[in-house]
Design a protein around this ligand. Structure first.
Ligand SMILES: Cc1cc2nc3c(=O)[nH]c(=O)nc-3n(C[C@H](O)[C@H](O)[C@H](O)COP(=O)(O)OP(=O)(O)OC[C@H]3O[C@@H](n4cnc5c(N)ncnc54)[C@H](O)[C@@H]3O)c2cc1C
Length: 558
């Protein structure tokens, strides 16, 4: 017997779970399907099914793994010493980004024949389960596209390209390409939350076919997706912070003076590049009036914050599916993990959180649809605009805050295998590393809670919450009481010191009211009993009377 075969005979590999692949992520996600039906009943879901199959395929999972283990590389110069500031990605990154654009997850909801925001939101969640980091430029393109309306010349030139589904990875002038993506540059070394502190300066430089032209001198400390075709950046003019369109290539075919100093070495989000950049008299075109940069950024931020909520809900569903899959196939102490009472409690509790996040994030996407649509009756449009304003920070705060906790618990369901990366094959580890990002970028937790307090001053909020939760009135005494308490606090006013607690409670009441309308009774009642009667802490503490079988059957990924 050879040495090799002697080793081969030491043991048989037993009790390891098969890979979770070639799964239709839309058809197996009852919570998502029901949330889509609730928010847009007439939507034909054929393209979501197609995306669900694609995102769950082994072939695309392989691309996700490769794009993450072969991260981007910065080439500051070519071999002759010329500055090129080009970032090179693995081919799998381009396959993934191409698929995201093909499914209209970027600027397409803003075009006349594009998908609704609800449809795009559901697709964004499905794609997140496959690979979240390539969605960074996709999300920024979605958020920036409507902002360009403030410069009619740019809008006319680029709106079609921002909605085009024909991804074009070539590094050249955007107007000569079949599609484009855009990034955003606000954060500087001295401050990200406080954009007013930006020091980048803009000097007028004439006018041309793209509008008022300026020269930018300064830096950005975080500017993700630096191979985007253009960026919306903030710089100071005498009137204050102002928004600018900053292209990588200039109309004369030369490279704009944007120097990529370095790529960030990040905890997760490995397939995506995030850069530190300097502007050396870079050419940029004004978008909107001088000094109006902050409100414009807030409008864009509201859309990327929606995507943070969608992305986290998608990551939660991805982690839940892996945990359920593992527990279904793994045996311990003579039976499947999923048949152990305490594991059932943990999995069911994760399923409640995942479903609540899904319902909440899609509700927010409906608020974008209904508030943007000029044919929405005036009173409804007003309500939707106010809900959009309130629920954006509440959802971003609470869903993202729960994300890391969720990922840790889902990882634990896989035992030691959950903690292992294995050349990118350990998807749970990738999810865990990705989770905190949605909570930090585009406004960390405190900033969201403070923004919610500002939103309380934006209209008849108590009436709007009462209206929003009316359909769930009487469905569960705990929800009724929590809603009542919330309304009293809105009327009394919320102090800064209580802002996080208020954001959490608004989120929980909204989630409860949504689940009353979209989820089966066992899910709804378990949610109320575990989250509205005292703050939720560790997962897996659902009461003994919970209908675990109903919750787990609904959540099952197969
Ligand atoms: C991977 C990644 C990619 C990114 N990509 C981009 C990008 O493409 N473009 C871009 O512009 N930015 C980008 N960012 C930056 C990101 O948006 C900022 O990091 C974020 O807004 C926080 O800003 P900061 O890092 O300066 O932290 P700070 O603003 O210093 O905040 C630090 C902490 O203080 C808290 N805080 C701040 N003010 C208050 C207050 N008044 N009261 C209580 N607490 C407060 C915050 O909540 C936070 O927890 C990216 C960040 C990451 C991690």
């Amino acid at each position: 017997m050879t040495v090799e075969s002697a080793h081969g005979a030491t043991h048989a590999v037993l009790n390891q779970v098969p890979p979770f692949e070639d799964v239709d992520l839309f058809e197996t996600n009852a919570a998502l399907r029901d949330a889509v039906k609730f928010n847009q009943p007439a939507l034909a879901t054929g393209s979501l099914s197609a995306l669900g199959r694609l995102a769950g395929s082994a072939a695309m999972q392989r691309h996700a793994r490769l794009a993450n283990i072969h991260g981007p590389t910065l080439h500051s110069h070519d071999r002759f010493g010329n500055r090129i500031d080009e970032v090179e990605f693995h081919p799998s990154y381009h396959v993934l980004l191409g698929a995201a654009l093909q499914h209209g997850l970027h600027g397409s909801p803003w075009s006349a024949d594009g998908p609704s925001h609800v449809e795009r939101a559901a697709g964004f969640m499905l794609f997140t389960e496959l690979e979240p980091s390539v969605l960074c430029p996709v999300s920024m393109t979605y958020a920036v596209a409507p902002a360009l309306r403030a410069n009619a010349d740019l809008q006319q030139t680029f709106a079609g390209l921002l909605a085009s589904r024909h991804y074009d990875s070539r590094f050249q002038l955007a107007s000569a390409k079949s599609a484009m993506t855009m990034g955003m540059g606000m954060t500087e070394k001295q401050g990200g939350s406080d954009v007013r502190a930006n020091t980048t300066r803009a000097e007028p430089d004439g006018r041309d076919a793209w509008g008022e032209r300026y020269r930018l001198v300064g830096h950005k400390w975080f500017m993700s997706a630096p191979m985007s075709d253009a960026f919306l950046v903030v710089a100071q003019t005498p009137a204050g912070p102002t928004c600018f369109f900053l292209p990588r290539w200039l109309p004369d075919g030369s490279l704009n003076a944007i120097r990529i100093q370095r790529l960030k070495d990040k905890l997760g989000n490995k397939a995506n590049a995030s850069s530190e950049v300097e502007f050396l008299d870079a050419m940029a075109w004004r978008v909107g009036d001088e000094g109006r940069g902050l409100p414009q950024i807030l409008a864009m931020g509201a859309l990327t914050r929606l995507d943070c909520s969608l992305g986290t809900a998608g990551l939660m569903r991805g982690a839940l599916s892996l945990a359920l899959h593992h527990a279904t196939h793994r045996m311990a102490f003579g039976k499947r993990l999923v048949d152990h009472a305490l594991m059932r409690n943990v999995l069911a509790d994760l399923a409640l959180e995942s479903e609540a996040a899904t319902a909440f994030a899609l509700r927010l996407a409906r608020a974008v649809d209904r508030s943007e649509d000029t044919s929405t009756p005036a009173a409804e449009r007003e309500h939707e605009a106010l809900m959009r304003r309130l629920l954006t920070p509440a959802a971003k705060y609470w869903i993202c805050k729960r994300g890391s906790h969720f990922a840790q618990e889902a990882m634990e369901c896989l035992g030691g295998n959950g903690y292992v990366e294995g050349e990118g094959e350990g998807v749970m580890a990738r999810i865990y590393r990705e989770m905190p990002l949605n909570s930090i970028w585009e406004g960390a937790g405190n900033i969201m809670a403070l923004d919610l307090l500002r939103a309380l001053r934006g209209g008849p909020v108590a009436d709007a919450i009462a209206h929003e939760t009316r359909a769930a009135k009487g469905a569960h005494p705990l929800l009724d009481r929590a809603t009542q308490r919330l309304l009293v606090r809105v009327q009394d006013g919320v102090d800064e010191i209580d802002a996080r607690r208020f954001a959490r409670d608004l989120a929980l009441v909204t989630q409860g009211a949504l689940l009353a309308q979209t989820a089966p009774a066992p899910v709804f009642s378990a949610f109320c009993e575990s989250r509205l009667d005292g703050a939720p802490d560790a997962f897996g503490q659902l009461g003994a009377t919970t209908d675990f079988a109903a919750i787990l059957n609904r959540a099952a990924a197969h």
